[in-house]
Each structure stands twice: as C-alpha cells, then as structure tokens.
Design a protein around this ligand. Structure first.
Ligand code: B4P
Length: 200
C-alpha cells in the first residue's frame, strides 16, 4: 500500500492539492476537516460537539478524529493506499495512526509538507471566507488562533516524521499546477523506490 500524508498550516493548499493527487494516483482521500464538516451538516451529536471547537479555531479532541479515521480505514479495506489530509494534527494522532496502520500490516510511506508564510495564508483564508460560508474562515482572530494552535500542537508532528526519515518539504506558493507537479514528482519517486524495495 502507498500511504501519504499531506501536511501544512491552515490554508496551505492541502485540500486543493489532495483532490488532484487522489485523482492522479488512485488513493482514497481522508480529510478530517471534510469528515467533520459533513457531521456538522448532518447535525449529528459528533458534529455538534466538533462545531464548538472548530468555530473557535481549536482542534477537535483527539479521540473523536482518531475514531473517525479508524472507521474510514475499515470502510475502504481494499484500497491501494490512502491520502491523509489535515490528519494527524497532534503527536497523539500520529502515534494512533501508526498503530492503526500497523494493525493493517502497512505504514506511512511519505509525508509531504507544504511551506507557506503566514501573511499569504491569512490572505487566502479571508478570501475563501468571502464565498465558502465556513464560519472558521470569516473572522481574522479565529484564523490567527488556528495558526497558534498549528505552531504549538501540529508543527511538532513534522519533527515526528522527520525522525522516521519520511518528511519532505515542498514550497506551497506559486501556481496550483506548479505545486502539484512538485508533489507528483516526489510521490512518483517514492512509489518507485517502494516498488524496487519490494522487488529485492
Ligand atoms: P481543514 O479542513 O483541514 O482545513 P484547512 O487547514 O483550513 O485548509 P487547507 O490547507 O485544506 O486549505 P485549502 O486547500 O482549502 O481544517 C479545518 C478545521 O477542522 C481545523 O481548524 C480543526 O478545527 C478541525 N480539524 C480538522 N482536522 C482535524 C484533526 N485531525 N484534529 C483536530 N481537529 C481537526 O486552501 C485554502 C485556500 O487557499 C482555498 O481558498 C484555495 O483556493 C486557496 N489556495 C490553495 N492553493 C493556492 C495557491 N497555490 N495559491 C493561491 N491560493 C491557493
């Protein structure tokens, strides 16, 4: 299996690039942000709980998102691989993901981190807020809160995967297609080395 994490701060383009990656490489797209927004739209108890955290720019509790990922992995047991978008966002989530994948006799193949500076991110999110109807994008204070949560709780996850030798940083500024080309090259080279390792 080929399991990829697309990592980066809020608004770095994870959702945008994920759609193109899953189409090209045939991976199953697991976006915890999308899964949570679906629960909110469906007005489920989980969605109502999650909305309280998301509207304040805070992370939803680990056990909630880990449970969602666990059941999504089970739903797609025949998949050739997964693209994790916006997950893991804490060290506890990263450790839980490693355990869930080990149970399925697989592991994370690669972590691609999109690097974008904060001023560009705020610009993108405020612009998206004008049309998306996402309540976490309309207030600059909430957006800034999401960055501070990212720095404190999520950025250490990059170090976790760096220690495993799986992290690669890609510049996330420029045209969407140029960034996609850089991501694709890295995925193709990792897939090739996974195949050659399997052949040895
Ligand atoms: P997410 O849904 O993951 O969203 P995001 O981080 O805000 O955005 P993303 O990086 O996907 O940006 P996008 O491509 O859309 O999280 C939302 C909230 O859910 C979190 O704050 C948290 O509360 C909760 N949550 C989610 N997962 C969780 C977890 N694992 N644990 C706990 N809580 C969790 O791009 C943004 C904008 O930029 C778009 O408008 C796009 O058009 C534009 N854009 C993209 N690429 C561009 C480019 N190259 N140039 C110019 N603009 C570009």
């Amino acid at each position: 299996m080929f399991n990829l994490i697309l990592f980066g701060p809020p608004g770095s383009g994870k959702g945008t690039q994920s759609e193109k990656i899953v189409e090209k490489f045939g991976l199953i797209h697991l976006s915890t942000g999308n899964l949570l927004r679906q629960e909110i739209n469906d007005k489920t108890p989980l969605g109502l709980e999650a909305k309280n955290f998301m509207d304040k720019g805070q992370l939803v509790p680990d056990e909630v998102v880990i449970g969602m990922i666990d059941s999504s992995l089970d739903k797609h047991s025949g998949a050739k691989g997964f693209l994790f978008d916006g997950f893991p966002r804490t060290i506890a989530q990263a450790e839980a993901l490693d355990k869930l994948l080990a149970l399925k006799k697989t592991a994370i193949s690669k972590v691609l981190a999109l690097d974008v500076d904060e001023d560009e991110l705020v610009k993108r999110l405020v612009k998206r807020g004008e049309t998306s109807g996402r309540s976490d994008d309309t207030n600059e204070e909430v957006i800034r809160k999401r960055f501070s949560v990212y720095k404190n709780e999520t950025e250490p996850v990059a170090e976790y995967y760096k220690e495993q030798g799986k992290l690669e940083r890609i510049r996330g500024v420029g045209s969407i297609n140029d960034i996609f080309d850089a991501l694709s090259q890295s995925i193709e080279s990792e897939m090739a080395s996974q195949l050659s390792a399997a052949g040895n």
